[in-house]
Design a protein around this ligand. Sequence first.
Ligand code: ASP
Ligand code: MG
Length: 396
Amino acid sequence: MSQTVVQKYGGSSVATPEKLKRVAELVVARRNQGFNLVVVVSAMGDATDELIEKANAITPVPDRREMDMLLTVGERISMALLAMAIRDLGHEAVSLTGSQSGIITTASHANARIMEVRPFRVQDELDAGRVVIVAGYQGVSYKREITTLGRGGSDTTAVALAAALDAQACEIYSDVDGVYTADPRVVPDAVPLASLSYQEMQALASAGAKVLNPQAVEFAKHRQIAIYARKTGSQAPGTVVRRDAANAPSAVRGIAHRTRVGRVRADEADLADVQAFLRALTPLGASPTDVTFEGPYRGAFRCMLPVDDVEDELRAAAKRAFGPTAYHDGSGTITLVGERVGEALPTALEVLPQHRIAVAQVFAGAIRVTLVVASDRVEDAARVLHESLDVAGVQA
Ligand code: ASP
Ligand code: MG
């Protein structure tokens, strides 16, 4: 029986009919190497953003269930067109929605998590010799509602399917040739990394690096699936994310940033309010970071929240729990990641003030250091740190 390879093509790789035809050729080439092929697709180009705009033109607060109905359409368009393009090249192909592919999720709309994958239909189609095209970013909840997996969720679909099908490899194709030492749009000196451990990639992804979705990396780690992040149609090796990454030559492997985060600060918080607040975050799909509470029953509570598209809800939840002054915006974060990242902290705290970038707060974890700075200084801070810590220079 042939081995299965799961590929995923991002929105920019399928943005036009021409690009879809090009992807069809790449898929067929891989298929001709003797692999069973499952291909996960994102929505074409900016289709998801355009659908969001349409909803916002109807109502300021679109219903979350209907929003999922709307947004899953984007991936259905690409899957059907890609299946047609592959058939045109003389190969059998069939497209399946997330629900048909057995992607079972939690019941929270807009930010559901995959609970289980039952890929019977996918396996049957592979056994029948077909290339299977799967709509990324979507599933069906155990309550039988159509759900979406959060922005960039097609990666998660791909890794989850690779795990469930016991695939040989999971290849994530986009318009960048791998994972960079920092966001190359912000830090022009950033270079691609040859390999990263799951932990390092997870830390970068949850700190805002957009190349791979954090839940996708979590799945890959859990099931020990190697992820290859490559540029569509390029011969460049890209980045492999796996268990035994090369020994890190440097204290800092990569830098991720978030221009905007929400900070919750309440000096006299009751334990019950802290609890209620944290509970309210789950249905919003928001996971707080750097939570501190000085107990036992009443004391200072702090946390940070990635804001994305739910900031109004987060602000309201903080207000309900801790009063009107607890939620603060205007800050962002820079996160340094690496096995020996602690060694870089003294330099970071020296060079940022030299560039008149005030560090409001520092959090250090096992393989990451997060620095809080003003939103409008985040990108400068990323450039300054990348340069002075010589992150690009010391990569193997
Ligand atoms: N189309 C969705 C998005 O733009 C999902 C994805 O691309 O992975 O977020
Ligand atoms: Mg997209």
